[in-house]
Design a protein around this ligand. Structure first.
Ligand code: SAH
Length: 196
């Protein structure tokens, strides 16, 4: 489990924006992720009306699923194109407004009010801006974060969750010398040290 070859790799925000522009988004799952269906009970734990956070959300269709179940969904995504595609592909009317605390950021909210997507870097967020969450769906998020930013990402996520929250994390396991990532290989030992 030598992750040496990926440790120094950096994917810039500009490169992510380009992936969206080019439609180079092989990570997007049109029919959603089977693991969310499988572990939905773990995420919800019998609770209703939760606040669920989608870090690095892309246009994940699972946001629509959870909103349709009556939960309130908040996502963050650097690509405005991704955010707009999400709303248009689900035929959801939305409004957009600036985020006073974050220069250049915009918040896109479904007219029904239960889906709010922040278009900015996740590192611009804090619990004073977005509040705290009861649940997190982390798929293509920790594994998409640059290895040098993992500690910062994990500390932020820990700050954004309530005490009794559930955090579903999807990772991928493979030989990191054979692919450069993302998705990056994050060994379980590292996940334990990041999240405690
Ligand atoms: N979670 C989504 C998308 C995974 S790909 C899914 O399951 O489909 C990772 C996404 O993170 C990309 O859409 C990319 O544009 C976005 N991203 C990368 N760095 C980011 C950052 N610092 N802040 C917010 N979004 C970011």
């Amino acid at each position: 489990s030598d992750i040496g070859s990926q440790k120094e790799r950096v994917v810039t925000e500009e490169e992510w924006l380009q992936k969206w522009e080019m439609g180079n988004i092989g990570f997007h799952k049109e029919h959603g992720h089977p693991l969310l269906q499988k572990y939905l009970d773990v995420l919800l734990n019998g609770r209703t009306g939760l606040r669920i956070f989608f870090p690095l959300c892309g246009k994940a269709v699972e946001m629509k699923w959870l909103a349709d179940m009556g939960h309130s969904v908040v996502g963050v995504e650097v690509s405005e194109l991704a955010v707009k595609e999400f709303f248009s592909e689900h035929s959801l009317p939305y409004c957009e407004e600036p985020v006073p605390e974050i220069s250049g950021a915009k918040m896109f909210q479904s007219t029904s009010g239960n889906i709010s997507l922040y278009c900015c870097s996740i590192y611009d967020l804090s619990s004073s801006i977005v509040g705290k969450f009861d649940g997190v769906w982390d798929r293509g998020a920790l594994v998409a974060v640059n290895p040098c930013d993992r500690q910062r990402y994990a500390s932020l996520m820990i700050n954004l969750v309530e005490k009794n929250s559930s955090y579903l994390l999807v990772t991928v396991s493979y030989d990191p010398n054979k692919h450069k990532g993302p998705p990056f290989y994050v060994p379980e030992s590292e996940i334990r040290s990041l999240f405690g």
